[in-house]
Design a protein around this ligand. Structure first.
Ligand code: XBP
Ligand code: MG
Length: 262
């Protein structure tokens, strides 16, 4: 099956947004009079839990609290998370999180080649739209499917969000490629049967990934891949042609670069 769609994770993949999420969480805690401060080291640990509401609830469960206090705090998690989302979307609006190297280039190549674009993210819908509006403007409409947040009950590493994106596009997993930045995200995409490219972020670098292709980033003329990765890809950056060849090779068909073998 050839590649009919590219499915992108958001946080850490389209843009390096987790530092802004971390700040928004901490501002929200302040707004609620909570003496919680998630340091970068602590946040990196907490990122093992997908979903902001789930992450806050998990954090509460790690605190030495009387049961009554734990229940009360768990009861205000949705309100804290709404405040956090409001703060995050405001922060993201100042342009602090540009698209990562090669993302705009590959999105444009896919668009020009008629390859569909989708999003499969754990983050809240408002966060996705705020980032796309600020960094892509009207081109945000290139994504014909945006599967995110609470659309599915089981968040990454469960495959549900990727399955929802594929179902919405009417595609099988063999027809799409996933782009991720985290262990949870790669696990979700692989469990959904997708060829997966991982471009680790500052929050996930050094982790062990079971991805089909691992690159520092997607690369472009201003940010070429380092030589060993360019050799792996067969070009200075991951273009649609190179991605199609790698996807075909992984699906067992031999591709003489640029055309299917007879
Ligand atoms: C990353 C996440 C999200 C964000 C915070 O999502 O796990 O929870 O950290 O956003 P992605 P919310 O799948 O895009 O990498 O607070 O809205 O969950
Ligand atoms: Mg991510």
């Amino acid at each position: 099956m050839s590649v009919s769609a590219l499915i992108f994770d958001v946080d850490g993949t389209l843009a390096d947004t987790e530092e802004t999420h971390r700040q928004a969480f901490n501002y929200a805690f302040l707004r609620f009079g909570l003496d919680w401060e998630w340091s970068k080291a602590r946040y990196r640990e907490l990122l093992a839990v997908s979903g902001g509401k789930e992450r806050i609830a998990h954090f509460i469960d790690t605190l030495p609290l009387a049961e009554g206090d734990r229940v009360r705090l768990r009861g205000i998690v949705p309100a804290i998370h709404r405040a956090k989302t409001e703060l995050y979307t405001e922060l993201i609006g100042d342009g602090r999180c540009p698209l990562r190297p090669g993302v705009a280039r590959l999105l444009g190549e896919a668009r020009d080649a008629g390859v569909r674009l989708a999003i499969a993210s754990t983050t809240t819908s408002a966060n996705v739209h705020a980032l796309l509006a600020r960094q892509m403007g009207g081109s945000a409409r290139w994504f014909d499917t945006i599967a995110c947040g609470d659309l599915v009950a089981s968040k990454k590493p469960a495959p549900d969000i990727y399955r929802a994106a594929l179902a919405a596009m009417g595609l099988s997993s063999a027809q799409a490629v996933a782009f991720e930045d985290s262990v949870n995200g790669v696990r979700a995409a692989k469990a959904a049967g997708l060829f997966t490219v991982v471009t680790p972020s500052q929050w996930s670098n050094g982790e062990a990934f079971d991805a089909d292709l691992a690159l520092d980033h997607l690369g472009d003329a201003d940010h070429p891949l380092r030589p060993e990765q360019a050799r792996l890809v067969g070009a200075p950056w991951l273009g649609l042609a190179e991605l199609r060849a790698l996807h075909a090779a992984a699906s067992g068909r031999v591709v003489a670069f640029g055309r299917s073998a007879a």
